[in-house]
Design a protein around this ligand. Structure first.
Ligand SMILES: Cc1ncc(COP(=O)(O)O)c(C=O)c1O
Length: 354
């Protein structure tokens, strides 16, 4: 009897047009799943099945007991693969798990799961130079038979991935944002945790912003003020906010209801150590925007999005320009993206090679 060797997977996914890749779901080859039962996570396995079969009473479905993460793997010029700061996502996921009473995942298990998924789906990593990357989506959900408001008897930790295109196809394009009267999180609520409820709360204000046109200005998303006083900028859609003061300081808001962005903390470090700027986490009052020459939104998906203008009631405030990124924004972008794709030396510990 002759045996046929299993066919080696092609290096490049055959039916993806890297040039037109956006941010949409694409089913990749394998995903990681680990189950928690009787006090411990199991070793976890890779599976082809992209559908979860969970109990109808799962707390994730009824009480929003879940959290998730988002990070990326990048193909470098030399063909190797960089994952950007996965230890930071692991730490944030532990904070989210604690906030909604779910068992935590160790750094080791989180990074091992991410690494396995990247390796198993290598053919989906966009080639260097296309501006694309492999977006990784870890999550933890409460599952198992249950009906009352309480923590779940069992949990699932999963990681899947999707190849995504560059956020800006035509370079760094400024976007406008509309100040919302709604809050994505409560003053002492779950704003600092990456839990689904915050995102459910943001869907309607986000849609309202996208549907609004004022004096010919369109808006990419809602901008949220602090839920306690509605006077200070907190978040820009699903991204953090930063600005550059007239005297050249890099400023970003600090508040217990903001999701601590890994990109934002990376920019704070880069502004201080690579651009030699003074940096601070502090209040950015919505009625004092004249003090800033540039502003931007930052995050894993948004990378750095220059903010053209902010509409607050009847006032439309323009920062640097409605059509072009400012000089500091541009330098920070080049530094960050250069590190992610391996073209610029990374600070110690920022890159995990897969
Ligand atoms: C609400 C919110 N703020 C900020 C961010 C940016 O965080 P990060 O830079 O870690 O992707 C995200 C995305 O994860 C987000 O969903």
């Amino acid at each position: 009897m002759t045996q046929t060797a299993p066919k080696a997977a092609p290096d490049i996914a055959p039916d993806i047009d890297w040039a037109t890749l956006g941010f949409s779901y694409i089913r990749t080859d394998l995903r990681y799943l680990s189950h928690w039962k009787d006090g411990a996570w199991d070793a976890g396995t890779l599976t082809e099945d992209n559908v979860l079969h969970i109990a109808e009473g799962s707390t994730a479905i009824h009480y929003g007991q879940q959290c998730f993460e988002g990070l990326k793997a990048y193909r470098c010029k030399d063909g190797t693969v960089n994952v950007f700061r996965p230890d930071q996502n692991a730490a944030r996921m532990r904070r989210s798990c604690r906030r909604v009473l779910m068992p935590e995942i160790s750094d080791e298990q989180f990074i091992d799961a991410v690494t396995q998924v990247v390796r198993a789906n290598e053919r989906f990593i966009p080639p260097y130079g296309t501006g694309g990357s492999l977006y990784l989506r870890p999550f933890v959900i409460g599952v198992g038979d249950n009906i009352g408001v309480r923590t779940a008897p069992e949990f699932i930790f999963g990681v899947f991935c999707v190849p995504v295109g560059p956020y800006f196809k035509g370079g760094l394009t400024p976007q406008n944002f509309l100040v919302s009267g709604y809050d994505r999180a409560a003053p002492h609520g779950t704003g600092a945790a990456k839990v689904g409820g915050n995102y459910a709360a943001s869907l309607m204000p986000g849609q309202q912003a996208k549907d609004t046109v004022i004096d010919g200005h369109h808006f990419a998303d809602a901008l949220y003020l602090d839920p306690e006083t509605h006077t200070k900028i907190e978040e820009v859609g699903a991204a953090n906010f930063f600005a550059v003061t007239r005297d050249g300081r890099f400023v970003t808001p600090k508040s217990p209801s903001i999701l601590e962005s890994i990109t934002k903390y990376s920019l704070l470090w880069l502004a201080e150590h690579r651009l030699n700027m003074l940096v601070e986490e502090g209040d950015v009052f919505i009625d004092a925007l004249d003090g800033y020459t540039e502003a931007g939104a930052c995050g894993t998906a948004a990378v750095i999005t220059p903010i053209g203008g902010i509409q607050n009631g009847d006032t439309f405030h323009v920062f640097h320009s409605e059509t072009e990124a400012g000089p500091v924004t541009r330098r920070l972008y080049d530094e960050l993206v250069g590190i992610q794709y391996g073209d610029v030396t990374a600070p110690d510990g920022w890159i995990v090679k897969v």
